[in-house]
Design a protein around this ligand. Sequence first.
Ligand code: MD5
Ligand code: FE
Length: 209
Amino acid sequence: SRLGDGAVLVPGWLGIEEQVWIVGEFRNWVAGPVPIRAAKVRGHEMSVRTVCLGWHWQPYKYTRAATDVNGARVLPFPDWMVRLGQRALRETGHSGAEVDAYAPDTALVNYYDDAARMGMHQDKDERSLAPVVSLSIGDDCTFRFGNTENRGRPYTDVRLRSGDLFVFGGASRLAYHGVTRVHSRTAPEGCGLTTGRINITMRMTGLTD
Ligand code: MD5
Ligand code: FE
């Protein structure tokens, strides 16, 4: 369903087996060269914890090495995730040319515990305005989808559930957005996560080494 110009939500896009498999991969990423961490924004730790693939995000730039954590190079961006991102675009009505050109090279994998939130912000650290593909697993959250002008109204609150796909292209790519709350213990049994929420966002940085 379309929530705005270029914003498409597909509830239950990932099957439960895919969710379980991705949670297994998440456990590998967390145990990888760069530990999952709360990024510091203007001196304050975020409540969300993040591990990255391909390029390491630190406010407000992407680097290959996690110079704000332990200096290690992040894990490579997996080929299966490129294909998954292309499938996400194809199934949300993007043209064949856009699908073929879609080469996500970074994923921010966010873990939200019960108390985590994400304040209203725009994703502006990428040089490419290619769509962002967002996948949710685990507990539900309330996602606030705003406007491109400011953090305030108008916005729409949407409940995101385990397995949901959300694609942000077109004008919505630069919309303000955030997560106002996580709904404790709402994850479906058997999704692979017993507490908290994982969100994977694939992006194109527009960077070359
Ligand atoms: C999350 N993560 O649920 C969200 C999903 C982040 C972040 O916001 O920056 O890590 S990404 C949602 C997104 C991306 C690009 C545009 C819009 C939303 N939007 O226009 O609403 O952890
Ligand atoms: Fe964001």
